[in-house]
Design a binder for this molecule. Structure first.
Ligand SMILES: *Cc1c(COP(=O)(O)O)cnc(C)c1O
Length: 359
């Protein structure tokens, strides 16, 4: 096998080796069909089998109730930033948004094109290093939007925010399926696949049926959720390869014991790294301890030159993708579902050596 290094990339990100191996085998011919997975018609029996199984696994793993639709769309989470308000928010209406990072800000900017947005909680004044504790939700908001995990700033909601009527819309791109999900607290959950679910190019949307029904009918067909709900994401050609990889990832998650088991292993991986950071004299985490993410661990040395030297040495040591986002600087270790505990140990070994050399 080609040798693989430890990939800490924030997204697209590491996938399970078992998934990649199986996909490789099916690229040339899916099962005994004699046709590769990418070459099958989306309306043919072989792909429909994959599709139905993928949806069923998704529902089973996350416990998605029957009154929710599971959609496999395109355009990434960024397309959901505007599709949600375009469907559900009119000029005379308001929505509440929690602003916990760059992605949340982008969602707000798009939503403002359609209605009035109340920022009901923000951690921007401290460069998004924490999750706001007591948002001031309004009563007239059509929905409340939040970002469950802030990929760039390394913070994460421990639980969904508690609003009066519980009409939540969540951008779950970077922690979806990393722990059990309280689906019924949400009207809509969306996530680009490329962090925890598969390759880029497919976006998972879980949406409650009453919301599908109430969406605007005055939009291009492709931008209405009802179109995709009615046609099981096959109004046009869906991202077939991405759905197939998601299918394999879901099977892998099931083999790991499901979302509760993944949460345990994700928590253990992140805790190991946070424990190291907390006792380190050189490195420190950038997120407040009570807001820390299990998925993206952000840290710095406090010296830009030293950060640069650390990153250079990391690449040489086979630890890839550790450079923090430019808006935070420093380092970011993304520890998604498929990232192995051995990679965390390798990182800590390297950090320890680096610290020894820079006393
Ligand atoms: C990566 C990411 C996005 C952007 O997703 P695209 O699929 O590239 O549009 C949005 N929100 C969060 C929280 C992310 O991590």
């Amino acid at each position: 096998m080609t040798s693989r290094i430890h990939n800490f990339s924030a997204g697209p990100a590491v996938l399970p080796v078992e998934v990649l191996e199986e996909a490789r085998d099916n690229l040339l011919a899916l099962g005994d069909t004699g046709v590769g997975i990418m070459e099958h018609s989306h309306r043919g029996k072989a792909f429909l089998g994959v599709y139905e199984e993928t949806e069923a696994l998704c529902r089973e793993l996350a416990g998605i109730p029957d009154n929710y639709h599971v959609l496999f769309l395109q355009g990434g989470a960024s397309t959901q930033f505007f599709t949600v308000p375009m469907n559900f928010l009119s000029e005379d209406q308001t929505a509440d948004y929690l602003v916990t990072g760059s992605w949340a800000k982008k969602a707000v900017a798009e939503a403002r094109r359609f209605g009035t947005i109340n920022v009901v909680g923000s951690s921007e004044h401290r460069n998004f290093c924490y999750i706001p504790r007591e948002p001031e939700f309004t009563t007239e908001a059509v929905y409340t939007h939040y970002t469950s995990n802030n990929t760039i700033f390394g913070t994460q909601y421990a639980a969904p925010p508690q609003t009066a009527d519980g009409t939540l819309v969540c951008d779950m791109s970077s922690d979806i399926f990393s722990r059990p999900i309280e689906v019924s607290k949400h009207a809509i959950i969306y996530a680009g696949a490329q962090k925890n679910l598969g390759p880029s190019g497919v976006t998972l949307v879980v949406i409650r049926d009453d919301w599908v029904q109430r969406g605007s009918e005055d939009l291009p067909t492709m931008l209405q959720y009802r179109t995709h709900a009615k046609h099981q994401s096959m109004f046009n050609t869906p991202p077939t390869f991405g759905i197939y990889i998601m299918n394999l990832v879901f099977k892998w998650i099931k083999a790991q014991g499901g979302l509760a088991a993944l949460e345990q292993s994700n928590r253990a991986k992140a805790q190991t790294l946070y424990d190291y950071l907390d006792q380190s004299r050189l490195f420190s985490g950038t997120a407040d301890p009570d807001s820390r993410s299990m998925m993206n661990v952000t840290f710095v040395t406090g010296d830009d030159d030293l950060n640069a030297e650390f990153l250079k040495g990391a690449e040489a040591a086979g630890l890839s993708g550790l450079k923090g986002h430019r808006s935070v600087g420093g380092m970011r270790a993304s520890l998604y579902n498929a990232f192995p505990p051995a990679g965390v140990d390798a990182l800590i070994d390297y950090m320890r050596r680096f610290e020894e050399d820079h006393k």
